[in-house]
Design a protein around this ligand. Sequence first.
Ligand code: KG4
Ligand code: ZN
Length: 402
Amino acid sequence: MKTLKVLGIETSCDETAISLIEVDEATRTVKILGNTVHSQIDLHASYGGVFPTLAKREHQRNLVPVLEKTLAAANTLRKSAGGDASPASDISPAIESILAREPELLEAFKAALPTMARPDIDLIAVTVGPGLEPALWVGINFARALGALWNVPIVPCNHMEGHVLTALVDENFKLLDADIAYPALSLLISGGHTQIVLIGDGGTGIGTYKIVGETLDDAVGECFDKTARTLGLAYPGGPKISKLAAQARAEGITSPEPLPRPMIESHGLDFSFSGLKTAVLYLTKRLAEKGVPLDERTIKGICREIEDSITDVLIAKMRAAIEKYAVATLVIGGGVISNTHIREALAKLADDCSLRLLLPRTDHSTDNGFMIALAGYFNKDKAVDASTTLKADGTLAIGPRV
Ligand code: KG4
Ligand code: ZN
């Protein structure tokens, strides 16, 4: 039993995020030593969504400063080498070749890394998928370059597993994976995914995942973002819809028309959100034809109805999944679980069904490096040498669809 320090690197979408954690294997508690998230949201907002080549360029610019900030906060230097800086000569041809496709990052790496003290870390975890491939590659190559420079192994990680694991840390940062009964049921709701996942079927545990339901078209976060755009709200729309919906409830405002609850009673545990997106578009067109202005009050009412529709569908599908699988615990993850209304609805569902509900802290719900550092810890047996070629996989699945 010892402590393990894991550096987690996340660049799958529009957050450049790095976290350094320390896991005490005896007490199974996690300490966050440093945690930096650099969001590119403002840059992508003008495109109404994430623009992959822009994300790639921004990750190249942000990774070194984000690393510097995280390590400065962690203040943890390698004892064996006296915390010495890596001499500039250590930027070997091997490292130059790892970063050959990221010239801007290579320049920043060469300028900064020789001036930085070597951190005391055991593993580097990096997201290899799912996500935007150009963005994933930057993080992977950066992780390999650091691994080569510091002689630290790399753990390739699945972004969605990272989201699962953020819910398995209690308020004292104790790991809960050994405290829950398996199988457990997970709902993963993000900008790219909407999945119901059975964890640890057959009595295994973390690491065994089966997708038992998923969206057939848009993800739930995507639906929030696209309907928000139709209403003239900036990217990312999820938090904005959520805020306006809460105001509508407080002020007793309702939507001028109801919206559908797509596939709420059909297609088993699968979801569809593109119909809701279209319904919002048609609703705004009908209102325009009738001369009804899309004013603040109307927008608030529609936001409330969008959030209610999404929540109703998520809860109905989770209720059906609970009936189908004998589980005692719900484990929720993904950026959309920052949503207060959905959190409350899941709490009520868990209460009704006498299940334990594990939610991530709201500040660990959207993408971050902590989730990837955790995934690195849980997958430490899969660590490879930095010289091993790793591939970005934009559609990497957390497990088989059953
Ligand atoms: O997990 P995440 O940070 O990135 C992906 O892996 O996709 O999720 C981002 C998504 C975005 O679609 C964003 O609009 C949504 O999470 N989101 C929310 C809220 N906060 C973030 N959706 C609804 N309500 C929120 N409060
Ligand atoms: Zn995510």
